[in-house]
Design a protein around this ligand. Structure first.
Ligand code: GCB
Length: 594
């Protein structure tokens, strides 16, 4: 359990982003040599946040496999003497060990979720502290996502089965935070609608607070107090509530105070929206109204900074989404920066929130990854231990994102093997994990073309069907008439399930500037024709309640004969300029013809 860093009357924060010392540790001997207890040997500089791979010109940096080290000094503010001092990482990819001075304070595996450590006992207010972080980019069959390091005469190589480059490093902000010893540790806010009123229920977990009272005050977006109640678990009513709606992200804030009589011992503010999400037959209802998703599977991927979060680049993405008429996105294929979800909350974007479980399918190769030679689920590959890690990542994702009104569906995996008994056994309990952690939202996973209607054994557990289909690209390449016929045949099957269907991927690689009539794969014209073919299919099935194209923008991948400077299925280029298909979508989604 963990709350985000926040400055409040009882808490302070100091952002540690900026320049850090940095060293590669290809031999993996830094830990044994105690690099955390000295200045890093053979150090260079590194920007935080950033992926480190694209900041050098040396291929060795880009292809590095193993640990890298980050280090900087930080002065603990002198006013923090009576508080707990915490170091908080929004993420570090894929595993991190953290030292405060000479003491190991945190060890975390998993590249896209936050972690923190209480370092009070190892630092002193007013004094400098040396912070050292060892970040390891290696994946194994027991990590999410999985991968494998293979030895070769040239050194170790990382192999993985997902189609995006294995960027690593400290990708999001790092914070020093103070908080009182007695403090709010977690809050879960759920909402319901009763006539015009909003019903708000909270559960606050706090530390060292036995003799304290929990008081929650709710403010509207203009800062007016609209409700107040005491109790760590309570329900209150907002009369004539302003609902959070698609396209209108109205937010309330709950101020949670721990009180000792009149004295505020800790206070924390949590934004939330009043809204409901429900599946009804083949409809997905937000506030009782059916919704239709338009948008994209995306990536956190940019020139130079790789997978780092940057507010300015996020705003450019948001401007492109607005321009084209998207109302939704999927955080393919990992949890995105919390700042993306905040933006979505404020603007009413609908989010399918995905775990980093991607590349769990040895049947997929298609020339991108070459021959696999592994069994997906087995004692030696993805096994019980992986499943336990996967369960934890589902819990951690939900713990982080549960209060975001923009999140309307949990996706527990992308395109895993799902046509086998082993897959069913692996995934069935994971759906329960998600539903236990959050009974208020639909749970699903993204189905792959190798497990079509009638073959998939996991979709039966999904509340909403999420399908990735490449008719006209990986199958029936260049033959859109056959593609449309096959797609309709398969869709008819899924539509008979009486569940909402969202097509979470479809599209075609496209080189901007390549024009052809008649259209051929890779041309801008062909991308438009693939979209049009899909749209004809979607528009003739009531159950299809969402279309999310693969991908919002071109992105970096591993090297491969199917990838030309990365994956080119973007509707925008990697620098966020429109391909021809963007104008087609703007017309379909917004009715605007440029
Ligand atoms: C998929 C994957 C996505 C790939 C995409 C492609 O099915 O989910 O990660 O990038 O196909 O372009 O091949």
């Amino acid at each position: 359990m963990m709350l985000r860093p926040q400055t409040t009357p009882t808490r302070e924060t100091q952002c540690l982003s900026g320049m850090w010392d940095f060293a590669f540790d290809a031999e993996d001997h830094g830990q044994a040599e105690g690099w955390f207890a000295q200045r890093l040997p053979e150090r260079t500089e590194m920007a935080v946040p950033a992926s480190y791979q694209d900041l050098f010109t040396d291929p060795g940096a880009r292809d590095h496999v193993g640990p890298v080290w980050y280090q900087r000094d930080a002065r603990i503010p002198r006013g923090w003497a009576d508080d707990r001092v915490v170091i908080h990482f929004e993420s570090a990819t894929h595993a991190a060990t953290v030292w405060g001075n000479d003491v190991e304070v945190a060890n975390h595996v998993g590249g896209y979720l936050p972690f923190e450590a209480d370092i009070t006992d190892h630092v002193r207010a007013g004094e400098q502290c040396r912070l050292t972080v060892r970040v390891d980019n290696r994946l194994s069959f027991q990590t999410i996502p999985p991968g494998i390091v293979v030895d070769s005469p040239e050194g170790p190589k990382q192999r993985y089965w997902h189609d995006f480059f294995n960027y690593a490093g400290i990708h999001r902000d790092v914070w020093l935070c103070s908080r009182p010893a007695a403090h709010v540790e977690d809050v879960t806010i759920t909402t319901d609608i009763d006539g015009d009123d909003g019903i708000v229920t909270w559960k606050v977990v706090s530390q060292n607070s036995d003799s304290l009272t929990t008081q929650v005050t709710i403010f509207d977006a203009e800062g007016n107090e609209v409700a107040q109640a005491t109790g760590a678990s309570a329900t209150t009513r907002i009369p004539s509530a302003h609902l959070w709606q698609p396209g209108q992200g109205y937010l309330y804030e709950a101020e949670i105070c721990l009180l000792n009589g009149q004295r505020v011992v800790d206070s924390y503010r949590q934004a939330f929206g009043v809204r409901t999400v429900r599946v009804d037959g083949n409809r997905l209802l937000v506030n009782g109204e059916p919704i239709h998703l338009r948008g994209f599977g995306m990536h956190e991927d940019h020139q130079t900074i790789g997978k780092a979060h940057n507010d300015a680049l996020m705003l450019r993405d948001a401007a492109c989404l607005e321009w084209i008429g998207a109302n939704s996105l999927r955080t393919s294929h990992y949890p995105y920066s919390e700042h993306v979800l905040d933006y979505a909350d404020r603007h009413g974007l609908l989010i399918i929130d995905e775990t980093p479980a991607v590349g769990m399918n040895m049947g997929l190769g298609g020339g991108i990854f070459g021959a696999q030679g592994y069994t997906t689920f087995s004692a030696e590959t993805i096994n019980d231990q992986t499943q336990a890690v996967h369960a934890q990542v589902i819990r951690d994702l939900i713990a982080r994102d549960k209060n975001h009104p923009s999140v309307i569906i949990w996706s527990i995996a992308n395109e895993p093997e799902s046509e086998t008994e082993a897959a069913e056994n692996y995934f069935r309990p994971l759906f329960d994990v998600a539903r236990d952690a959050d009974p208020t939202r639909p749970v699903s996973f993204v189905n792959v073309m190798l497990a079509p209607y009638g073959k998939c054994r996991v979709s039966q557990y999904s509340d909403v069907l999420l399908l990735n289909r490449y008719y006209g690209w990986y199958v029936d390449t260049g033959d859109l008439a056959a593609a449309e016929r096959h797609w309709r045949e398969e869709m008819a099957g899924w539509a008979s399930e009486n569940k909402p269907i969202i097509i979470t991927e479809y599209g075609a690689d496209t080189m901007p500037g390549l024009h052809q009539i008649p259209a051929q794969p890779w041309s801008e014209e062909y991308q438009v024709e693939v979209l049009e073919m899909n749209e004809r299919v979607f528009d003739s099935f009531d159950a299809v309640i969402g279309e999310q194209i693969w991908n919002f923008a071109d992105f970096a991948t591993t090297s491969g004969t199917m990838r030309v400077g990365g994956n080119r299925k973007g509707i925008f280029t990697r620098d966020r300029q429109p391909k021809m298909a963007a104008f087609h979508l703007r017309k379909r989604w917004r009715g605007i013809e440029d």
